[in-house]
Design a protein around this ligand. Structure first.
Ligand code: ZN
Ligand code: ZN
Length: 418
């Protein structure tokens, strides 16, 4: 059997995914270098992407592959000291590459439960060491200094987590279909459809920016929350221009418009509407209360230890770095599938993220100046963790600088037609 014959879905979809990723997601330029990270299981897609990249005139394409058994070997046999260290040299090299205009592609296919059976304290220590080591590289991405993109591949363990009742073959097939349809690449003209979708996201973005709301008021079951927005914040969504001048679309799929909340101006309580998978642990039933931007009370019905440890990461991990609006009618939400993967689940519902803000979600003069981002209320942290607070019962009002109240969402949907 050839490798393609062993796939449990139409291999042609991988050709389309590779083309969409290089031409639309990354918009890779002639002679531009590219770094790809992926699991070994995604090789059928990685190989196609590398071919597509070179056909598009890529410079040097470098692939960094990870493997589940290799990751687990550390937990089984690694010494204690190894849980406090990560390969700094590698991330420094990546940061240097991004500085020199290298594009970045991540293929997500990971088993969301990979680390669920491991000691949470070790998981947290290693996670922290990785966050510290990867900061130079991650900053370049969150500051949008180069064009980047994330796409997915239907990994078998991931598929079984999403569809536990199916055989592995059936689960992979179903997850593959869900990925291709959520990514809007299963139609006749995927790139054309994606362009139209992104132009709608741009219209939403403009509508929100024209109001320049001071804060958003969320109400719903278990939720009454005021999120103050950062001074000089800007809403973003869909394709946009990275600081290297290349227009790219970082997430495939994407349904959100999002901006930066003010790190000190969040008050009230909020209840998550979907589970969160954080470092291989399932966290359910998150309920938190904010005071002056900071989480002062937190509990969950499952995975509480890991959630509380995450909040302890650093000074910024109890504060918000992102607020995003996604209608309940989004295709991912309508699929009713819980993906256990942030790229998908965050595009199914309105969400907030604890931790690092995106400096690109500010007016241009602020976004280029680190100090100005901080002064305007942009949060900074080693983590950026999205979790879902949207549902068909969520209402959101915008409060203008003059104190006027503008309904934005009713029962999980945009009020205003565009
Ligand atoms: Zn988001
Ligand atoms: Zn986010």
């Amino acid at each position: 059997m050839t490798q393609d014959e062993r796939l449990h879905f139409d291999p042609k979809m991988l050709d389309i995914m590779a083309e969409v990723c290089i031409k639309f997601g990354l918009n890779l330029q002639n002679k531009q270098d590219l770094i790809i990270t992926s699991t070994v299981e995604s090789l059928p897609l990685v190989r196609r992407i590398v071919e597509e990249a070179y056909r598009a005139g890529a410079g040097v394409v470098t692939t960094l592959l990870s493997d589940e058994e290799i990751s687990l070997a550390k937990y089984r046999y690694g010494n204690e000291e190894s849980f406090d260290r990560a390969p700094e040299w590698m991330f420094k090299g990546m940061a240097e590459a991004f500085e020199n205009n290298t594009a970045r592609l991540a293929i997500s296919a990971d088993n969301p439960m990979l680390l669920s059976g491991q000691n949470p304290e070790r998981v947290s220590r290693l996670g922290k060491a990785m966050s510290i080591a990867s900061k130079p590289a991650m900053e370049k991405i969150t500051n949008f200094e180069t064009n980047w993109n994330i796409v997915s591949y239907p990994g078998s363990k991931w598929a079984k987590q999403v569809f536990p009742e199916l055989s592995e073959e059936g689960a992979v097939k179903k997850l593959a279909e869900a990925i291709f349809s959520a990514s809007r690449i299963n139609g006749k003209d995927p790139i054309g459809e994606l362009r139209a979708h992104h132009s709608n996201l741009k219209k939403r973005q403009k509508w929100l920016n024209d109001y320049s709301f001071k804060s958003l008021h969320y109400t719903g079951p278990g939720t009454d929350l005021i999120i103050g927005l950062a001074d000089g914040h800007a809403w973003k969504g869909g394709a946009s221009m990275a600081k290297n001048g290349i227009i790219c679309s970082p997430n495939i799929p994407t349904e959100e418009v999002f901006t930066t909340p003010h790190a000190d101006r969040v008050d009230g309580y909020v209840k998550a509407t979907k589970p969160l998978v954080y470092r291989g642990t399932l966290i359910e039933g998150i309920e938190v209360r904010f005071e002056k931007g900071k989480i002062v009370e937190a509990r969950t019905s499952l995975g509480e230890e890991v959630f509380l440890q995450m909040l302890e990461t650093d000074d910024g991990s109890r504060r918000l770095g992102e607020v995003a609006l996604v209608p309940h009618s989004s295709p991912i939400s309508q699929s009713g599938i819980l993906f256990y993967n942030t790229l998908y689940d965050e595009n199914a519902a309105c969400h907030i993220a604890l931790g690092q803000c995106y400096s690109k979600c500010f007016t241009e003069e602020i976004s280029l100046d680190k100090e100005a981002v901080k002064k305007s209320g942009g949060n900074s942290s080693m983590i950026h963790v999205d979790w879902m607070i949207g549902s068909g019962e969520l209402n959101i009002d915008g409060i203008t600088p003059d104190g006027d109240i503008v309904p934005i969402f009713r029962n999980g949907e945009w009020v205003e037609e565009i």
